[in-house]
Design a protein around this ligand. Structure first.
Ligand code: PMP
Length: 287
C-alpha cells in the first residue's frame, strides 16, 4: 500500500517521507499525537481531538505548528488523496529537530515543532466482528508515568501490555494501580452494574478520552446513570458488563477479565446500546 502522507508542510508518497534522526519525537518521545476516525469519508469527533491536542501541547509548552483550520484541511486532504472511506488519520506533533541531541528543550524560535500526519485505511471499521463477541482482557500493573492525561508518544508500556495480552490469548490489557483499574492500554475502561455505568474520574492518572466524553454525554441524554469513580479489579470481575472506549474501537464490549466471565459471556445490553448510540450520533455530527 503506498500512501500519501503529510510531513512538515508537504504531501509526499510514504516512501519519500523523511524525518531527521535528531527529531526529538524520535530520540525522546518528545511528541504528542491524536488519532481521528474516518467513517464514510468524514471525520469523527474532530473538534474534540483538536481541543485535546491544544491541551497536550500546552502542558508540554510545545507550539502548534499550523492553525486549527489548516489541521482540518490537512485531515480532509489526506482522506481525499488516499481515497479513505473508513479508517484513521494519525497526527503527531514533535518538538522538532534542534540539530543535535540535548535534554534541554530547544528555543522554539529557533526550532519549530514538527508535524506528521498519515492515514490508515480500515474498511468496515465500525463493523468490527469483535464488537459482536466482546474482548477478553487481562490485568497488568500500571507502571506508566504520572502524566497519562497528556497524549504523548511514549507508548512502549502500552505496547508491552498488548503483547502480554496477546501471549495470554486475550485481546487487551487493563492497567491497575493500588487495586484500582486506571484504563486500558489504549482505551478508557468502564463497568456496568444494573443500568449504572461506572468509570474512573478524570485526573492525571488517565487519558481524557474524546470518545469517553461523547459516550458519557450520550448516556446521560439517554437517561442512563453515570458514576465517575474508581473501581477495583474485583468489582469489575463481578460486574454485569464491561466495555472500553476509544476513537478507533468506539464502544467495545468486554466479556472476560482475568478469566472471570461477565454476565452471560456475551456483550451486555448497555454496552451494545451505547455502541449503537455513539456510532449513530457521532456519524451524524461528523465533518
Ligand atoms: N486511554 C489511553 C491510554 C489511550 O491511548 C486512548 C486512545 N488513544 C484512550 C484512553 C481513548 O481516548 P480516545 O477516546 O480519545 O481515543
Amino acid at each position: 500500500m503506498s500512501r500519501i502522507v503529510y510531513v512538515n508542510g508537504d504531501y509526499v508518497p510514504e516512501a519519500e517521507a523523511k524525518i531527521s534522526v535528531f527529531d526529538r519525537g524520535f530520540l525522546m518521545a518528545d511528541a504528542v499525537y491524536e488519532v481521528t476516525s474516518v467513517l464514510g469519508g468524514k471525520l469523527i469527533d474532530f473538534a474534540g481531538h483538536v481541543a485535546r491536542l491544544h491541551r497536550s501541547l500546552g502542558e508540554l509548552e510545545m507550539a502548534q505548528p499550523v492553525t486549527d483550520e489548516a489541521l482540518l484541511a490537512i485531515h480532509r486532504e489526506l482522506v481525499a488523496r488516499n481515497g479513505i472511506t473508513d479508517g484513521l488519520i494519525y497526527l503527531q506533533v514533535t518538538r522538532g529537530n534542534p540539530g543535535d541531541r540535548d535534554f534541554l528543550f530547544p528555543d522554539p524560535a529557533a526550532t519549530p515543532s514538527g508535524i506528521v500526519l498519515f492515514p490508515q485505511s480500515k474498511p468496515g471499521l465500525a463493523n468490527a466482528p469483535a464488537a459482536k463477541t466482546g474482548w477478553r482482557v487481562i490485568s497488568v500493573p500500571d507502571v506508566r508515568w504520572g502524566r497519562r492525561d497528556i497524549k504523548t508518544t511514549q507508548l512502549l508500556y502500552p505496547s508491552m501490555g498488548k503483547m502480554m495480552a496477546k501471549k495470554a490469548g486475550c485481546d487487551d490489557a487493563w492497567f491497575t494501580e493500588e487495586g484500582f483499574v486506571t484504563e486500558g492500554t489504549s482505551n478508557n475502561a468502564y463497568i456496568v452494574k444494573g443500568r449504572r455505568i461506572i468509570t474512573r474520574a478524570l485526573s492525571n492518572d488517565i487519558l481524557h478520552g474524546i470518545t469517553r466524553a461523547a459516550v458519557l454525554r450520550f448516556a446521560k441524554e439517554a437517561q442512563m446513570e453515570v458514576e465517575e469513580r474508581s473501581f477495583t479489579l474485583a468489582e469489575a470481575q463481578a460486574a454485569d458488563e464491561a466495555f472500553v472506549t476509544s476513537a478507533s474501537a468506539f464502544v467495545m464490549p468486554v466479556v472476560e477479565i482475568d478469566g472471570a466471565v461477565l454476565g452471560s459471556g456475551k456483550p451486555g445490553p448497555v454496552s451494545v446500546r451505547l455502541r449503537e448510540i455513539y456510532l449513530e450520533e457521532s456519524i451524524k455530527a461528523s465533518v
